[in-house]
Design a protein around this ligand. Structure first.
Ligand code: FUL
Length: 432
């Protein structure tokens, strides 16, 4: 499963210390001295990331590939005598590392002289066509909602139907990200926090990127939303999106919190790791990513729930049903699951241990190919005095829910579903 992907902000801003380039930077500014996309891809792979999304064109308009529809690209720079092509190098690196590649292409363009007129929509469509046709299969097209002024001080009314249909036609398997999807949505902040409640469903009728639902709606989704548009949490490992000499990566604790608050709340995590002026991911960032991966792997290495005798208050087609019984909760097979009868929306799962277990993390997964259903649940445990105590109360689960709890030692635990839109379907319980 792709839970974490790498975002790479790289371009003229890397060299000018800006976050938003003005669009009039000389092309020669872009001049990485030791570019190695294999190092990016190897770092992402080792960190357990499934793909890399590169800022092929940020708001300054500079294209990291020789885009024939722009005069502000690597082809006009002295880097590699104008023969360089970052997308080509990244394509090869991702393919040899066995990870996927995606593109961020900013519609906002502070360089293109036609920006602010209908002609720009056509140019942008051709730009998309060029980037999406020449670099193999792309897993995601990232559309930024930012829509500022172009070089003429004018704003652009974007032709989203044209842009989206261009992507759909040329890269039918690519997920389209924007404030409002249609593939996945912005999570509503850049701090690495999906909503405590986070539905994969969203109502987008009447909205467009840049004219999106309220931030907390993007953060939480809509319980009864009509479209499947899961949240993607984009956040940078450093304070800025681009590399800056004086900035450093976040601590391991901060990154773990981001992981719990994104992946652990039913959201993809798109973690930005900006290459530096050499064109390399700095050592301190790659080290931090390895620490993050090692921490996640060790926290989720041993599933204490496997030691439990699990019983359910209801199982679809009776408790001995092979297809739906509770054994699937701990069988490590993503596509097998426990489910209840249609009439049972609020079942209880009991976990009884011969020897008491001590844990502080609970992870649950719904089988989302069949939708997101659970709206509220709580977990309770039996203490030494024979009393049941509520350990934690939460709302949505979705693809994955991770709850950090006070450390408890117990032999008896219950997971109680308090509200579900349809019979609950869980495929994984994990305790550590
Ligand atoms: C924002 C942009 O304005 C930032 O520069 C960055 O690219 C971020 C991911 O999206 O809207």
């Amino acid at each position: 499963m792709m839970e974490i992907n790498m975002f790479c902000h790289f371009g003229p801003n890397t060299f000018t210390d800006l976050e938003w380039g003005n669009g009039n930077e000389s092309e020669d500014i872009f001049n990485p001295t030791a570019l190695d996309c294999n190092q990016w891809a190897a770092t992402a792979k080792q960190a357990g990331m499934g793909g890399i999304i590169i800022t092929a064109k940020h708001h300054d308009g500079f294209c990291l590939w020789p885009n024939p529809h722009s005069s502000h690209t690597v082809a006009q720079s002295t880097w590699k005598n104008g023969n360089g092509d970052i997308l080509h190098e990244l394509r090869q690196a991702c393919s040899s590392a066995g990870i996927k590649m995606g593109l961020y292409i900013s519609p906002w363009d502070r360089n293109d002289p036609t920006y602010g007129s209908e002609a720009y929509n056509e140019t942008f469509q051709q730009t998309l066509e060029n980037a999406l046709s020449n670099y193999g299969e792309l897993f995601e097209q990232w559309f930024d909602g930012a829509n500022g002024e172009g070089p003429n001080g004018k704003k652009q009314t974007y032709n989203w139907p044209l842009f989206n249909s261009t992507v759909a036609q040329l890269q039918p398997n690519a997920v389209i990200f924007s404030d409002v999807g249609p593939g996945c949505r912005w999570v509503g902040n850049e701090n690495g926090q999906a909503g405590f409640t986070c539905w994969s469903t969203l109502n987008i009728d009447g909205f467009t990127p840049g004219n999106a639902p309220a931030l907390d709606t993007l953060n939480q989704g809509n319980m009864h939303g009509s479209y499947w548009i899961p949240a993607e949490t984009d956040v940078s490992i450093r304070p800025g999106w681009f590399w800056h000499q004086n900035e450093h990566p976040k601590s391991l604790d901060e990154l773990l919190t981001i992981y719990y608050n994104s992946v652990g709340r039913n959201s993809l995590l798109l973690l930005n790791v900006p290459p530096d002026r050499r064109g390399l991911i700095p050592y301190e960032d790659s080290l931090r990513l390895m620490e993050l991966r090692a921490a996640i792997d060790s926290i989720f290495a041993i599933n204490l729930a496997k030691q439990a005798k699990i019983t359910a208050s209801n199982t679809r087609g009776k408790s001995n049903s092979k297809k739906y019984n509770v054994s699937h909760l701990v069988d490590d097979n993503y596509h097998s699951y426990w489910a209840t009868d249609d009439s049972v929306l609020c079942p209880t799962l009991s976990l009884d241990f011969q020897t008491p277990i001590t844990f502080s993390r609970i992870m649950l997964q719904e089988y989302i190919p069949l939708g997101q259903r659970i709206a509220a649940f709580h977990v309770e445990y039996l203490d030494n005095n024979g009393n049941w105590n509520t350990l934690t109360t939460a709302t949505t689960i979705g693809y994955k829910r991770i709850l950090l709890t006070p450390t408890v030692t117990t032999s008896h635990l219950r997971i109680v579903i308090d509200h579900s839109l349809a019979p609950p379907i869980l495929n994984h319980i994990f305790l550590s």
